[in-house]
Design a protein around this ligand. Structure first.
Ligand SMILES: NC(=O)c1ccc[n+]([C@@H]2O[C@H](COP(=O)([O-])OP(=O)(O)OC[C@H]3O[C@@H](n4cnc5c(N)ncnc54)[C@H](O)[C@@H]3O)[C@@H](O)[C@H]2O)c1
Length: 307
């Protein structure tokens, strides 16, 4: 059996895969590939249609936006992922980014290393606390709920949420007050977290119009996917102080560089898609995706089937 894998996964997971199959790193012999394992690689309709032997596509992680899911469905190729393997790691990063931009941590550190400040506790570096704030969750899925749990336990926040696929009753069971209208939720939020998949319906869901409904002192976190928050609109909103600060772990062009104009703003913080990049999550994602793919190749039913 041949399995395509071109990206880094946890070494023990790769070793387990290599014990059972031949690993190829390109699509040169695409007709003879039995499975694909990917992190961020693109799996297009063209590849799916040419891969006549393909039996399963395994996503290391959650977001399947680089896979043509319609084509996979059409060709009846199961797509599997590791839905809970990185939840906690991403949630912890979200909370870290919140603390960072509410207290200007990265900004202070960068300035300390260069010219430094003229005094301690500089007034222009006055921060805000997370404790007691209202956190608006755009998407109330696994990552958002874990982040919400950490924030509620550690900072006694109030959780509100916008997620059309979650009922009011279900949200209430999770301690989240459901809003049916995104703009209403933004108006009620001190902190806004975006944790939704990138789809046609979520692309640009936070853009110029939505920024009109942010609180002036609000902070925004997007550790989901680039393009869900429109970057031009975010740049303008941050410059015009429609909100206090923002942090993103995901960008339209990745990894982000100084070319991205958001990097010129002091009230913005960027990380290069490190949400799931912890030792713990890499072990879980790697082992789970390899085991799941090997099981499907062995004729077993997939557990975490996306389509
Ligand atoms: N930064 C990283 O490294 C990293 C790692 C893992 C996941 N992610 C991203 O985070 C996203 C969320 O992950 P998760 O594990 O919580 O997934 P999940 O499937 O548990 O949750 C996604 C939630 O989004 C909701 N949703 C879908 N469309 C929506 C819309 N139009 N409006 C509001 N809500 C909507 C769904 O109902 C669901 O509750 C992933 O899709 C992925 O893009 C990023």
């Amino acid at each position: 059996m041949k399995v395509y894998l071109s990206e880094y996964i946890y070494p023990e997971a790769e070793a387990l895969l290599r014990e059972h199959v031949e690993v190829v790193e390109d699509f040169d012999d695409v007709e003879h590939i039995d499975a694909i394992i990917l992190r961020a690689a693109e799996v297009s309709r063209d590849i799916i249609s040419k891969a006549k032997n393909l039996k399963v596509i395994g996503k290391h992680g959650v977001g399947c936006n680089t896979i043509d899911l319609e084509a996979a469905k059409e060709y009846n190729i199961p797509v599997v992922n590791t839905p809970l393997a990185n939840t906690n790691s991403v949630a912890e990063l979200i909370v870290g980014l919140m603390l960072n931009i509410s207290r200007n941590i990265s900004y202070c550190d960068a300035k300390d290393r260069k010219e430094g400040f003229s005094r301690i506790a500089p007034p222009e570096m006055t921060g805000i606390e997370l404790t007691g704030k209202t956190v608006g969750l755009v998407g109330t899925g696994n990552i958002a709920r874990r982040a919400g749990e950490i924030l509620r336990n550690g900072f006694q926040v109030t959780l509100i949420g916008y997620d059309p696929y979650c009922s009011e009753e279900q949200a209430a069971k999770w301690g989240i007050k459901k809003y049916d209208d995104l703009k209403d939720m933004l108006e009620a939020s001190d902190i806004v977290n975006v944790s939704v998949p990138l789809t046609k319906s979520t692309e640009n869901m936070i853009s110029t119009e939505e920024f009109e409904h942010f609180r002036k002192n609000a902070i925004l976190i997007n550790a989901a996917r680039g393009g869900i928050v429109n970057e031009d609109a975010l740049y303008t909103a941050l410059k015009e102080k429609k909100l206090r600060a923002a942090a993103c772990d995901a960008f339209v062009q990745e990894p982000p560089t100084g070319e991205n104009k958001l990097m010129s703003l002091d009230n913005f913080c960027a990380t290069p898609h490190i949400g799931a990049n912890t030792e713990e999550a890499l072990v879980r994602m790697g082992m789970e995706v390899v085991k799941e793919v090997l099981d499907v190749l062995d004729g077993k039913d997939p557990i975490h089937r996306v389509v």
